[in-house]
Ligand binder design. Structure first.
Ligand code: FDA
Length: 393
C-alpha cells in the first residue's frame, strides 16, 4: 500500500524546503524526499561556509532566463526582505558584505537549522537517503516507487536542482522528469564558473598565475566590475564567474584591468613629470609588478617614457584596459555554482510554478530556466519560487 500525502517534494535543497514549509503552514500534509544523507548540502558549502543567503537588491534584471518576465511574480511575492525577516526571527546573526550580499556571521548551518525547524513546526515529513525509482500518474495525482516504499500525492513538486557539482549528488533528474511528462527544456550549461585557456595562451600567461586585480569584464553589452584572478588554468574571481554565464564558446571577452584608473592618462602625465622613468616603473604605480612587466614585454615597449609616443602609450594602455581574449572553455559542472537553462519557463505558470499542461506537477529552484547573478540571487530565486509554489498548494 502506498503512503498518501497532499504534497510530495523531491529534493531537500533550498527551494524544496521553502516550498514544503509554506505548504505545511497551509495545512497540507507534506513529504520531502532526497537521496542525499543530509538536507541542504549546497546551502552548507555556499558562500565559503557562511551562505550568501540573499541579495537585498534582488530584482528581475539580475536573472538570466529565456523569458525575462518569468521571475517577476515570484520575486515580488516573496522578497529578499521577507527572507531576511525569517532569518531575524530565528536570531541568526548576519552581515552585508558588498553589493547587497547578505551572509551569515557564523555558519551556513544556521540557515539549514532554521529551515529544518520551520519544517518541523509545519509538520513536514523528511525522508533522506531515498532513491526515486519511478514516477507515474495515478487517478488522484502521482505515484512514486522509491527505495523507502511507495508514496502517493495529489501534487508533486520537483526541486532536485541542476547538474552543478555532481560530487555532491547533483543529477539531471528534474530534466528527466520534465522529459517524461513532455515538458520542453532549454539546453543546460555550466554557469558562474571559472574560464580556461588553450595551451598557447596559458604558456604566455603562466607568469601571472595567482595575481588578483580589480577588473571590468565585458561580453557584448554586459559587463561586471569586480575582482579577477589569473589561475594556472585560466581566469576566475567574481567578475569572471559573472561573465561566464553570458559567454559562449568561440566568443571573446574584454578585460579592463584597474577600470577606475585611466592608464593612458596616467602614463602621459608621468611622461610629463618624470620623463626618465621607464614605462614599467610608471605602470607599477597602478598594477602589480608582474602584471606591469608582462604588458610592457608583451607590447615590446622599451626605453624611458620621454622616448615613447602618444600612440605607443595609448597602445600599451589599451592592451591593459581593452584586452580582448578568447577563453577556450570553462571548468564545467565540476566547479560551476549553477546550471544555466533547464525547464522551459513557457511550460510553467509563473505564479505557481505548475506545469501548464500537467496539472499537479510543479518545478522550482535551479532546475527551472532561471539563473541568477553571483551574490545571493540564486538562493533568493530558490526561496521565492519555493514559496510561490508552496503558497498555491
Ligand atoms: P539544490 O541543489 O540546493 O537542492 C537539490 C536537492 O535535490 C539536493 O538536496 C539533492 O540531494 C536532491 N536531489 C538531486 N537529485 C536527486 C535525485 N535524483 N533523487 C533525490 N534527490 C535528488 N547561491 C547563492 O545565492 N549564494 C551563495 O552563496 C551560493 N554559493 C554557492 C556555492 C557553491 C559551491 C555552489 C555549488 C552553489 C552556490 N550557490 C549559491 C547556488 C545555490 O547553491 C543554488 O542556486 C541553490 O542551492 C539551488 O537550490 P535548489 O533547491 O534548486 O537545488
Amino acid at each position: 500500500m502506498a503512503q498518501k500525502f497532499d504534497v510530495i517534494v523531491l529534493g531537500a535543497g533550498a527551494a524544496g524546503m521553502m516550498c514544503a514549509i509554506r505548504a505545511g503552514q497551509r495545512g497540507r500534509s507534506v513529504l520531502v524526499l532526497d537521496h542525499a544523507k543530509a538536507p541542504g548540502e549546497k546551502i552548507r558549502i555556499s558562500g565559503g561556509g557562511r551562505c550568501n543567503f540573499t541579495n537585498i537588491g534582488a530584482a528581475p534584471q539580475h536573472y538570466l532566463s529565456g523569458n525575462a518576465h518569468f521571475v517577476k511574480s515570484a520575486l515580488a511575492r516573496y522578497t529578499a526582505r521577507d527572507f531576511l525577516d525569517l532569518v531575524e526571527r530565528h536570531r541568526i546573526p548576519w552581515n552585508e558584505k558588498t553589493l547587497g550580499q547578505l551572509f551569515c556571521d557564523n555558519s551556513a548551518k544556521d540557515i539549514i537549522a532554521m529551515l529544518l525547524s520551520e519544517m518541523s513546526a509545519a509538520k513536514v515529513s523528511l525522508k533522506l537517503q531515498t532513491a526515486i525509482d519511478g514516477i507515474e500518474k495515478s487517478p488522484d495525482g502521482y505515484r512514486l516507487a522509491t527505495s523507502a516504499g511507495q508514496f502517493e500525492a495529489g501534487s508533486l513538486v520537483v526541486a532536485t536542482g541542476g547538474k552543478s557539482i555532481p560530487k555532491m549528488g547533483a543529477t539531471g533528474f528534474a530534466y528527466e522528469i520534465a522529459a517524461q511528462f513532455g515538458l520542453k527544456l532549454v539546453e543546460t550549461r555550466p554557469g558562474l564558473v571559472p574560464l580556461t585557456f588553450d595551451q598557447n595562451t596559458l604558456e604566455k600567461l603562466s607568469p601571472l598565475s595567482g595575481i588578483a586585480v580589480p577588473a571590468e569584464v565585458r561580453h557584448g553589452r554586459t559587463g561586471f566590475r569586480e575582482a579577477m584572478l589569473f589561475t594556472h588554468r585560466g581566469l576566475s574571481g567574481p567578475s569572471i564567474l559573472q561573465i561566464s554565464s553570458y559567454w559562449r564558446e568561440g566568443d571573446d571577452i574584454t578585460l579592463s584591468i584597474e577600470p577606475d584608473a585611466s592608464i593612458s592618462d596616467a602614463l602621459k602625465s608621468a611622461r610629463k613629470t618624470n620623463g626618465r622613468q621607464a614605462a614599467q616603473t610608471a605602470l607599477c604605480e597602478i598594477l602589480p609588478k608582474r602584471l606591469a612587466q608582462y604588458f610592457v614585454e608583451n607590447r615590446g615597449v622599451t626605453g624611458n617614457l620621454a622616448d615613447l609616443s602618444d600612440k605607443m602609450l595609448t597602445g600599451l594602455a589599451a592592451s591593459i584596459q581593452d584586452w580582448k581574449i578568447r577563453p577556450a572553455g570553462s571548468e564545467g559542472y565540476r566547479t560551476a555554482e549553477v546550471t544555466l537553462g533547464g525547464i522551459d519557463t513557457s511550460a510553467l505558470d509563473s505564479k505557481t510554478m505548475q506545469a501548464k499542461a500537467v496539472p499537479g506537477l510543479y518545478f522550482i529552484g535551479e532546475c527551472v530556466d532561471v539563473t541568477g547573478w553571483l551574490g545571493g540571487y540564486n538562493f533568493q530565486w530558490a526561496w521565492s519560487s519555493g514559496y510561490a509554489c508552496g503558497d498555491s498548494l
